[in-house]
Design a protein around this ligand. Structure first.
Ligand SMILES: NC(=O)c1ccc[n+]([C@@H]2O[C@H](COP(=O)([O-])OP(=O)(O)OC[C@H]3O[C@@H](n4cnc5c(N)ncnc54)[C@H](OP(=O)(O)O)[C@@H]3O)[C@@H](O)[C@H]2O)c1
Length: 235
C-alpha cells in the first residue's frame, strides 16, 4: 500500500488486524548500515533520528537521507519506539553503557555481525550478539534483523524485481511485529524466524555472506532469498 508516494507500514495488532503506522526510529551509527537504513526508512515514511560517535558524521548522513541528526545516542532514542543498533559489535558495550535505562521498553534491533579474523569461520561459535545484547539490556525488547544483507541492500532490498528475505528473530511479540513491519515497509519480504536464539542462525547467514564475498571476490551486494514453496503468511 502506498500513500503520497510512500510505502505505508502495516503492523499486526493484538487483535490480529493490520494497522497502518509510521514509526519513530532512532538509528545509532551513521555509517554504511545506519545511512542505508535511514534512507529506506525515511522513504517508507518513518521518522528517523540519526546519531554517530562524531556528530558531524550523523549530520552529513542526515543531509543525504532526510533523517534528523542529533548529537548523541541518548538524544536519538528520546521519543523513539524503535532503536536500531548500527554500530560495530566492538562498540556495543559503550553504546549500551551510554544508553542505560533509555532503552527500557523500547524495541531494539541488532544488525551487528561479530566477525573474528583472520579465521572468519570461527565467528560461527554458537553465541549470538543479539542474545548478548538482550542479556546486557534486559529491559529492552531485542530483535535480530538485517545483519544478513549488505548495506547496499538495506537501501534497496530488491534484486531483479524480487524482494530479499527480511528474517526477524525475537522473544518479544511487539519487537517481532514492529521489526517485521519495518522490514516489509522498506522492501524486504518479512519472515518470522522464531525466537531470539535463532539470531545464532541469522548471524551465521551474515558471516557466510561475508565469507563468500571474500572468497569469491564478489561485490558485497548480496542478500538471502529462500526459494521453493515458501508462501507468505496470511493474517
Ligand atoms: N556494512 C555492511 O554491509 C553490513 C551489513 C550487515 C551488518 N553490518 C553490521 O552493522 C554494523 C555497522 O556496520 P557499518 O558497515 O555501518 O559500520 P561503519 O560504516 O563503520 O559505521 C559504524 C557507525 O557506528 C558509529 N559508532 C561507533 N562507535 C559508536 C559509539 N560508541 N556511539 C555511537 N556511534 C558509534 C560510527 O560513528 P562515526 O561515524 O562517528 O565513526 C559509525 O557511524 C556492524 O556491526 C556490522 O557488522 C554491516
Amino acid at each position: 500500500m502506498r500513500r503520497n508516494g510512500r510505502r505505508a507500514c502495516l503492523v499486526l495488532t493484538d487483535a490480529g488486524t493490520a494497522e497502518e503506522t509510521q514509526m519513530k526510529i532512532a538509528i545509532i551509527g551513521a555509517g554504511n548500515v545506519g545511512g542505508a537504513l535511514a534512507k529506506s526508512s525515511v522513504r517508507a515514511g518513518h521518522s528517523v533520528t540519526l546519531s554517530a560517535k562524531d556528530p558531524a558524521h550523523a549530520e552529513a548522513k542526515a543531509k543525504e537521507t532526510g533523517a534528523r541528526a542529533v548529537r548523541s545516542a541518548v538524544e536519538a532514542t528520546k521519543g523513539a519506539e524503535v532503536v536500531i543498533l548500527a554500530v560495530p559489535y566492538a562498540a556495543i558495550d559503550a553504546v549500551l553503557g551510554e544508553l542505560g535505562d533509555a532503552l527500557a521498553g523500547k524495541v531494539v534491533i541488532d544488525v551487528t555481525n561479530r566477525v573474528k579474523r583472520p579465521a572468519i569461520a570461527e565467528s560461527v561459535d554458537g553465541v549470538s550478539a543479539a542474545e548478548e545484547i538482550q542479556r546486557k539490556a534486559p529491559q529492552a525488547k531485542v530483535a535480530k534483523a538485517f545483519n544478513y544483507a549488505f548495506a547496499s541492500r538495506h537501501a534497496d532490498p530488491k534484486v531483479d524485481g524480487m524482494a530479499l528475505d527480511g528474517f526477524v528473530a525475537s522473544d518479544d511479540a511487539d519487537a517481532k511485529a514492529k521489526t517485521l513491519a519495518l522490514a516489509g515497509s522498506i522492501g524486504f519480504r518479512p519472515i518470522d524466524a522464531g525466537p531470539l536464539a535463532m539470531a545464532r542462525a541469522l548471524e551465521a547467514l551474515g558471516i557466510l555472506n561475508i565469507a563468500l564475498q571474500m572468497q569469491n571476490g564478489w561485490p558485497w551486494q548480496s542478500g538471502w532469498k529462500l526459494i521453493g514453496p515458501t508462501p507468505d503468511k496470511k493474517s
